[in-house]
Design a protein around this ligand. Structure first.
Ligand code: PLP
Length: 356
């Protein structure tokens, strides 16, 4: 099957095979990686190796700490304001459901929130112009909007610490970290399996966390002080993430990964743009996502479910749009290759010939 699901999503087959080979007997040791303590050298090698490789891929130095947490990206919506808000205003750019949810969690905590830009009135079909105040406690964006298929081409320049939810374009391209204080995501779309969130936090932000009364499991400072081994972490998810880091490095790093992602997205958008309106993309062209391509069949939206069924019969799964937006969505994360995207395009052309 070719899996276009938005997440959890397809993994590189090599990784699945490697995990399968090692499942009962990790490196000839006679036990599974799932079966040993997180306090052993064997697991620590995986854990610290994964942290080091994640940083290497983004070209980060000692200024940043890598944390492996649970609770999905969704728990970060609450942990971020809990740990990083000061007594001022936390600013958000609202570009979809995931920023809406992040705003809501901050409000539940009684944090002062300001929405500095929003594309809600246009059903989130673009990234609005965003300008954050210099003195905001932090400036929050979601780099890629999984449902609507929009993506920041460049992050806003900010004096305030920039926080980025990169869940759906994690490890898909190089990123300029010069004003990024906090960069995070659930890894289940582009870099592993569900159950693990990976957080890059600039060390000066840990001071904010340290100075607050926060339950230990929700404190970035506590997790950092314990090398992200404060309690039992999701060891198997970290093991899979480590394999994924190796795979990304073997691809030639994030520049090479980006090159490939760019080509894949271009193939798909060309297919939409050359369909003479049979297919219509949701996102404005300037903000199109390289990861999630959301589109409709405007002449007759009933054809969308026919499209999804017929594609499934040809081995292509996960193409149903998110329930909020409807339509069709092809998620083309790191692990999908060019040939697989071309197969989808061929199908789209034939489908159009049949039904236009
Ligand atoms: N942020 C973005 C951009 C997402 O796409 C998602 C889930 O799809 C989330 C956050 C929430 O992630 P989780 O389900 O890991 O909590």
């Amino acid at each position: 099957k070719i899996n276009f699901s938005a997440g959890p999503s397809t993994l590189p087959l090599e990784i699945l095979k490697q995990a399968q080979e090692q499942l009962c007997d990790y490196q000839g040791k006679g036990y599974s990686i799932m079966e040993i303590s997180h306090r052993t050298k064997v697991f620590e090698e995986v854990h610290f190796g994964a942290q080091e490789k994640a940083k290497r891929l983004y070209g980060l130095n000692e200024d940043y700490e890598v944390l492996f947490l649970q609770g999905g990206a969704s728990l970060q919506f609450a942990m971020i304001p809990m740990n990083l808000a000061l007594n001022g205003i936390c600013e958000y750019a609202n570009t979809g459901i995931w920023t809406n949810k992040a705003i809501k969690e901050a409000q539940i905590l009684g944090i002062k929130v300001k929405i500095v830009a929003s594309s809600q009135e246009n059903n989130f079909n673009h990234i609005p112009d965003v300008e954050f105040s210099d003195n905001a406690d932090y400036a929050y964006i979601c780099s890629n909007n999984t449902i609507y298929g929009t993506q920041y081409q460049n992050y806003p320049k900010t004096k305030a610490p920039l926080i980025v939810d990169a869940s759906s374009d994690f490890f898909s391209k190089k990123v300029d970290f010069s004003n990024i204080a906090f960069f995070y995501g659930g890894v289940q779309k582009n870099a592993g399996i569900s159950g693990l969130s990976c957080i890059f936090i600039r060390k000066d932000m840990l001071e904010r966390s340290q100075n607050k009364k926060i339950p230990s499991m929700l404190s970035y400072a506590i997790h950092a002080q314990n090398n992200s081994l404060f309690n039992t972490p999701p060891t198997f998810a970290i093991y899979m993430f480590n394999l994924e880091m190796d795979w990304l490095l073997n691809q030639g790093g994030l520049d090479k990964v980006y090159e490939n992602n760019f080509k894949k997205a271009n193939i798909l958008y060309n297919c939409i743009d050359s369909s003479e309106g049979f297919y219509q993309g949701h996102a404005k062209k300037k903000d199109r996502s390289l990861m999630n391509v959301s589109f409709n069949i405007p002449i007759n939206t009933d054809l969308e479910s026919v499209f999804i069924d017929e594609a499934q019969k040809e081995g292509m799964i996960g193409l149903k749009g998110h329930r909020i937006l409807g339509g069709i969505r092809a998620s083309i994360y790191n692990a999908l290759n060019l040939d697989q995207v071309e197969i989808l395009c061929e199908f789209m052309k034939k489908f159009q010939e049949k039904y236009a």
